[in-house]
Design a protein. Structure first.
Length: 237
């Protein structure tokens, strides 16, 4: 019962703080929209090749670093982050590029191993889905916990293990919804080009990502700064 009560209390706090932060989210929504459009273009339009891959990787990191700076302003200082875009980029670029390098390398190795093993497609989907859940706290580890090393996957695993009953349900929901609308946008782009269906799917995807970035930030901050015992102790008064 205590664990259920803890889940409900922490969730309530995260939702309340998220709704309070939504008024400051317009800069974040714009940044997430840019990131999402670039991801679609990279997958559907931009050609391959080593040089192109390196350039797109660097652009990905730059955008994610800006988003980390904006989220830092929203979650930790309750403002929009419009005045900290440049400083946020400078502050988090090195940490984000270190973290995401590891994330991308392991994702590549997983994909390569899956292909060699010739698993059924359903198994492939489950493995990659679970990996995406594992890396959901990456950006929060950087801008809230200040993590800068290459052991980001270990830190993700440690955090999720300690907070599995609270973090995993929301991570599942986020990854599931995000995948649905990203796939929908890709499908609409492939069938009809840049039309109403594609724009609508992109809009919903951007709003979901923006909401969950804020929600994950508040949830992570509470869980990271307050252990289960500490939360129980606070509620005893």
């Amino acid at each position: 019962m205590n664990r259920i009560k803890d889940f409900l209390e922490v969730s309530k706090d995260a939702f309340l703080n998220t709704f309070k932060s939504l008024k400051n989210s317009y800069v974040l929504i714009l940044a997430v929209a840019i990131m999402s459009v670039f991801a679609i273009l990279r997958s559907a339009v931009i050609g391959g090749g080593l040089i192109v891959s390196i350039i797109t990787y660097i652009i990905d990191i730059m955008i994610l670093s800006v988003i980390a700076g904006i989220l830092n302003s929203i979650i930790n200082y309750n403002n929009t982050g419009k005045n900290s875009i440049q400083s946020g980029y400078k502050m988090y670029f090195n940490s984000i590029i270190n973290a995401m390098f590891v994330v991308y390398i392991i994702e590549f190795l997983l994909t390569w191993t899956i292909q060699l093993a010739n698993f059924p497609s359903s198994v492939n989907i489950v493995i990659m889905f679970l990996y995406r859940i594992l890396v959901t706290p990456v950006i929060e580890l950087v801008y809230i916990a200040g993590f800068q090393g290459y052991g980001i996957i270990r830190e993700c695993f440690r955090f999720i293990k300690q907070n599995s009953l609270i973090w995993i349900p929301y991570a599942l929901l986020f990854v599931f919804l995000d995948q649905i609308f990203v796939n929908r946008a890709m499908m609409m782009l492939g069938f009809h080009g840049v039309g109403v269906g594609f724009l609508l799917a992109m809009l919903v995807s951007v709003l979901i990502r923006s909401f969950f970035y804020i929600f994950k930030g508040h949830l992570f901050k509470n869980l990271y700064e307050n252990s289960y015992r500490k939360r129980m102790f606070k509620r005893s008064f």
